[in-house]
Design a protein. Structure first.
Length: 580
């Protein structure tokens, strides 16, 4: 009996220890990092990414001056690269997050920002949620007086408790304190008045914590009470995004989604879905693969983010940092998979002036920059679908790093220096982007050699791809097409695609039905000047629009080499095509 009682007490003790350990794990790791109930407050509707943010971004992080920014931007435009957004990273302010332009780096900010706006270039500025007492590499490094002022007025969390982060030492702004927010928003108004279009919200909020006997604790006191790290992160991303929208209805925030290969760390991402119009995974190196960084890590984090519901995700093309020289093959392959993603962001450390790099890099990366830009109507339509409850833009197939881009494009990124690459093509009928004359039946796994200017991207047979073609680089059209919506069509059975126009004018539903040798195309909704680019094995005998025959050579042409029917239409009444 004594032995049984002793054993019972041991079991009770072990059970109590397990319960205690569970409580500690829950309150120390799960609740403050993942939230309660587990991420439910963050798995919400994704916002509609403004179309400008889906076009090409450009930035560098070696100089951060107006002279070098303009030199880089002008060089890209002179070499006919498409650029919509310039990202200005730190340090651009006098002190970290005082939002006062450093006029040694940007001597005439009104003119600098105003000229970019006149040229149609969007500007995104880097920021975090910290008020520093010490600001590394900023114009004013000793910022203790500024920090003490904010602390004395109760504007900081934890009575001004400070942490060491990669830009110095400081405390966190208290998003629950109305007086602190009045002060903070007043500081930000200086750059809002310059016409900025977005924030790059770097991830310092992940460091929100206090200390107990030297042990970091993922909680801190705020005006509204004790707050966890996860709740503070949500305030940071949500409050900055929502305030930005009050200043500019096309405002966007670039925030981190999942950028760690460790399963536990920010398992469901850094920023909440409803404050994630654009996301990037960083900071990766200019390399194929190493223990923590490189192109493989970027792909892993991007697809992991997509699995968790993030819609528009990408990375710094060629990696943010690493060796001084960026390997040409890494730069090219990174740009290629970025062309088939929501975010095409060319920037970071290292030489980013393509005309100073190899001719091969310049020509190939320019082509893929234009290809990404041409795909914006397709990408934007899927962003709207996702916002309305549909699937994310990128959809991992969980075979290597393969994924679907929307409903109709399959991508198998090259993530090693070898030219030979294995593709795991899913079920269906597919056409290779670089030779769409043949159908490949899936599922099929095969290994193929891809030249540096080629990439494993495949189009679903039956696809309707809305595009904005403006150059001849990609082989689809040319500059004469830039004022038209291009509908790149692969007839196969019955298919429908609703185009959500990036100019916010509404939507057009495109239906394509193939019946034997006859193809019917119907357009309903907003009327746009458009070009039908239809894959056809043979030249059609007749093309009609709303019952009227179109004249060959005037209304339509056929390219036997490309197997393409091209119909150019400026105005129409019904939008009913019959091709036979």
């Amino acid at each position: 009996m004594k032995k049984r009682g002793c054993l019972f007490r041991i079991v009770q003790g072990v059970a109590a220890l397990v319960v205690l350990l569970g409580v500690v794990v829950y309150f120390y790791f799960i609740l403050p990092i993942w939230g309660f109930p587990f991420m439910a407050q963050r798995k919400t509707q994704t916002p509609i990414t403004p179309p400008w943010a889906l076009e090409c971004w450009l930035w560098e992080d070696d100089y951060n001056t107006d002279v070098y920014t303009l030199e880089l931007l002008n060089g890209y435009l002179e070499h006919d690269f498409p650029v919509r957004t310039v990202l200005i990273d730190s340090p651009w302010s006098m002190r970290y997050n005082d939002f006062v332009i450093d006029e040694k780096k940007f001597p005439n900010p009104d003119k600098f920002f105003g000229d970019l706006e006149k040229r149609g270039i969007r500007v995104v500025l880097w920021m975090t949620c910290n008020v520093n007492s010490d600001s590394d590499d900023a114009a004013i490094s000793d910022t203790s007086a500024w920090y003490e002022e904010a602390k004395s007025k109760g504007y900081l969390t934890g009575n001004g408790a400070q942490v060491s982060w990669w830009k110095g030492y400081g405390g966190f702004i208290d998003y629950t304190n109305p007086e602190a927010m009045t002060w903070w928003r007043g500081l930000q108004q200086r750059v809002f008045d310059l016409g900025i279009d977005g924030w790059k919200l770097d991830g310092a909020a992940t460091l929100f914590r206090s200390s107990l006997f030297g042990i970091p604790v993922p909680y801190m006191r705020t005006k509204s009470g004790i707050m966890s790290t996860r709740t503070y992160m949500d305030h940071y991303y949500r409050d900055e995004y929502q305030h930005g929208l009050t200043q500019n209805p096309e405002f966007a925030t670039l925030s981190r989604s999942i950028d760690s290969p460790v399963p536990f760390v920010h398992r469901w991402g850094t920023s909440p879905l409803d404050a994630s119009p654009v996301n990037w995974v960083g900071d990766n190196k200019h390399t194929w693969k190493d223990e923590k960084f490189g192109i493989e890590r970027a792909l892993y984090c991007i697809l992991r983010s997509a699995d968790q519901g993030y819609c528009v995700v990408g990375s710094d093309i060629a990696g943010y940092h690493g060796t001084k020289e960026i390997p040409a093959d890494v730069y090219i392959r990174w740009a290629q998979f970025s062309a088939f993603s929501g975010l095409f962001m060319n920037g970071g450390h290292g030489e980013r002036a393509m005309w100073k790099r190899s001719k091969e890099e310049l020509e190939i990366i320019r082509t893929y920059s234009w290809l990404h830009t041409e795909l914006v109507p397709y990408l934007y339509s899927h962003v709207v679908f996702c916002h309305n409850g549909g699937k994310t833009l990128m959809r991992p197939t969980h075979q290597d790093y393969d994924y679907m881009l929307g409903d109709d494009i399959f991508v198998s990124p090259i993530h090693a220096p070898e030219a030979r690459h294995t593709v795991h093509l899913p079920k269906g009928r597919w056409r290779w982007w670089f030779d769409d004359s043949k159908v490949i039946e899936g599922p099929k796994t095969f290994t193929q050699e891809f030249r540096m200017d080629q990439f494993p991207a495949y189009i679903r047979d039956g696809a309707i791809l809305p595009m904005k073609v403006a150059r001849a680089y990609t082989g689809i059209g040319d500059k004469d097409w830039e004022n038209y919506l291009t509908l790149n069509v692969y007839p196969n059975g019955r298919n429908v695609f609703t185009v959500h126009h990036p100019d916010k004018s509404g939507e057009t539903t495109v239906s394509v039905v193939q019946e034997g040798s006859k193809v019917r195309v119907a357009l309903e909704g907003v009327k746009k000047p458009h070009i039908l680019r239809v894959f056809m094995e043979k030249k059609p005998k007749q093309v009609t629009l709303d019952g009227t025959a179109l004249a060959e050579g005037d209304g339509w042409t056929y390219d036997a080499t490309e197997k393409r029917l091209v119909v150019r239409t400026d105005t129409y009444v019904g939008g009913q095509y019959v091709i036979e």
